[in-house]
Each structure stands twice: as structure tokens, then as C-alpha cells.
Design a protein around this ligand. Structure first.
Ligand SMILES: Nc1nc2c(c(=O)[nH]1)N=C([C@H](O)[C@H](O)COP(=O)(O)OP(=O)(O)OP(=O)(O)O)CN2
Ligand SMILES: [Zn+2]
Length: 141
């Protein structure tokens, strides 16, 4: 099995509604997203000869989704008063509402699913909240 690894990072704020402790407050991370894609066989012939996929394509696809989250406040839908969210948006703050609790675990599956849907055979996606804390999602294959 051949495995390629690519990574990209984004800076964003979040909070964990219902969490007791400092993470219930809005705070930020430099989120590091690492994905691995795999293939049993390398491409044969042409531009992609001897490759799993072109690193450039994987890098661009990962960057596109990761950059979309950069410098935003990411909140779980329904966990902040609607009018407060609207006011913040009116003030020009970038708020991104997601349908999951924004934990490293949920983000790892979220990025796994996105890259899979882009057509890659994804082995795993890792999301680092801090340099030493990381969640991993691996598909069942
Ligand atoms: N299993 C998980 N546990 C926690 C998650 C998570 O996504 N999955 N997230 C958080 C918070 O987002 C928090 O920001 C992380 O805090 P902490 O582990 O305390 O990390 P710090 O490096 O900021 O801690 P210091 O002690 O301040 O250095 C919590 N748990
Ligand atoms: Zn956090």
C-alpha cells in the first residue's frame, strides 16, 4: 500500500457549549489538518506515472477546504442566541455555523469526508488542536 500525506493549517476560534471549564469560553487554536490518501497501485503512464495522486492536486484540495475555515468563529448551530449571531454578522465578524460540536474528533471526520468526496481514497485525517493534542478519524475499510 502506498500512502501520501499532506497538511495545512488554519487559525480559528470556537467554544464547546455545555463544556465545564475554560473551553466553554470562546478561544482560538491553530488547527493543523493532516490527511493521508492511499492506493494499492501507482498510476501508470503519462503525467501521473509512478504516483498515487499528484501532491499538487491533493495540496490544493486540502487547502481549499481548510482555508475556508480560516479566521472565523466556528460555532455549533443553536448553541448561541440567534440574535447575537446576527448582530456579530452585521458587525462584519465571520461566523461559521456547523451542525456538530466543534471538537477535534468531529473535525477529523469532517475533513475525512470532504477529501473522500473529492475522489481520494482516504486512509485517515488528523486534526491537531494544539501541537500535542490530536484526533484521528480512520475509515472502516
Ligand atoms: N477529546 C477532546 N477533548 C477536548 C477537546 C476536543 O476537541 N476533544 N477540546 C478541548 C478544547 O477545545 C480546548 O481548547 C483544548 O484545551 P486543552 O486540552 O486544555 O489545551 P491547551 O493546550 O489549551 O491547555 P493548557 O493547559 O492551557 O496548555 C478540550 N478537550
Ligand atoms: Zn478549543
Amino acid at each position: 500500500m502506498y500512502i501520501l500525506r499532506s497538511e495545512h493549517s488554519f487559525d480559528s476560534a470556537h467554544f464547546l457549549a455545555g463544556y465545564e471549564g475554560k473551553c466553554s469560553n470562546i478561544h482560538g487554536h491553530r488547527w493543523r489538518v493532516v490527511v493521508e490518501v492511499m492506493e494499492e497501485k501507482l498510476k501508470s503512464g503519462g503525467q501521473l506515472d509512478g504516483m498515487v495522486v499528484d501532491f499538487g492536486d491533493l495540496k490544493n484540495d486540502l487547502k481549499e477546504i481548510v482555508d475556508f475555515h480560516d479566521h472565523k468563529l466556528i460555532i455549533e448551530m443553536g448553541t448561541m442566541k440567534k440574535h447575537l449571531v446576527e448582530l456579530l454578522k452585521e458587525e462584519g465578524f465571520k461566523i461559521m455555523e456547523v451542525n456538530f460540536r466543534p471538537t477535534a474528533e468531529n473535525f477529523s471526520k469532517y475533513f475525512y469526508d470532504y477529501i473522500t468526496q473529492k475522489g481520494y481514497k482516504v486512509k485517515r485525517a488528523e486534526v491537531y488542536e494544539t501541537p500535542t493534542n490530536c484526533a484521528i478519524y480512520e475509515g472502516e475499510r
